[in-house]
Ligand binder design. Structure first.
Ligand code: SF4
Length: 265
């Protein structure tokens, strides 16, 4: 039986830590394992830098799998901005290329089973793992969760990244999520941070919104409530709201801690 092992890197902390974990604890598998990055072509430069660093630290090449058509090309064709309600981006930029890549691998290399290593941690088992939907997936794909199986938590992931010397990707200094720079899951505050850290990308996303505006009453925007133009105009207010929100959260936590202390006495 020919088995293939794949770890799909997202450019984030968990899948990176998993690669290092497998190298240290499952070295036989690591030697045969293929590291894959499903490349939308729209990630932040910090993500691409981090992937380069991973290759050097692990001394292993990453396979970059790209979609047939770029995001720009699809957008020009459909004039439809991806939103949280119509998330076509994941299907076109990630799922389809991944399915095609895996099918081709099975056919070309006569593979009987592909083990996919997933970085879901032991402290987040509520998360959905790999969903095996199609007949192909049910037949050939076997998801493996080494962190869950071995009780690896968020703290352990941090320890792995620090111990290995790779640390966190640079975008963690200002943003917690990896992914496309125009991801519709960003809050208005996230968009402000994108503007402050990568103004060119922010303006590029603004141009995308113009392409999506096909003369309807409202510009078709990434955020359901605000266009990027409106976010930019209100950036100081958005920042102030975020500071207030954090302050409020901190005060509630303080009160809660006091209450717990009182109850314990
Ligand atoms: S990161 Fe965001 S924009 Fe990119 S494919 Fe995923 S959901 Fe879509």
């Amino acid at each position: 039986m020919i088995e293939h092992h794949i770890l799909s890197l997202s450019g984030g902390k968990d899948s990176t830590a998993l690669a290092f974990y497998i190298k240290d604890n499952m070295s036989e598998i690591f030697d045969r394992m293929e590291l894959v990055f499903y490349d939308t072509g729209c990630d932040l430069e910090e993500t691409y830098d981090y992937l380069n660093k991973i290759e050097v630290f692990l001394d292993k090449k990453i396979t970059y799998v790209k979609p047939q058509d770029s995001f720009d090309k699809i957008l020009l064709k459909t004039r439809m901005i991806p939103t949280v309600f119509k998330r076509w981006c994941t299907l076109e930029l990630k799922i389809k290329p991944s399915n095609e890549f895996l099918k081709k691998k099975v056919e070309d290399e006569k593979i009987d089973r592909i083990k996919i290593y997933v970085g879901i941690r032991a402290d987040e088992q509520y998360r959905k793992g790999v969903q095996l939907k199609s007949a192909f997936e049910k037949k050939y794909i076997n998801p493996v969760y080494p962190f869950i199986d071995n009780g690896i938590t968020k703290q352990d992931v941090e320890d792995i990244l620090i111990k290995s010397g790779i640390n966190y990707p640079d975008y963690y200094k200002w943003r917690k999520r990896n992914g496309c720079f125009f991801c519709p899951y960003q809050s208005p505050y996230d968009w402000v941070l994108l503007y402050e850290n990568h103004p060119k990308l922010f303006y590029k996303a603004m141009e995308y919104e113009k392409i999506g505006d096909v003369g309807k009453k409202r510009v078709f925007s990434f955020n359901p409530n605000l266009t990027l133009k409106e976010i930019l105009k209100n950036k100081d207010r958005i920042k102030e709201q975020e500071v207030n929100k954090k302050r409020k959260k901190k005060n509630i936590q303080k009160l809660f801690n006091l209450f717990i202390k009182e109850v314990q006495i």
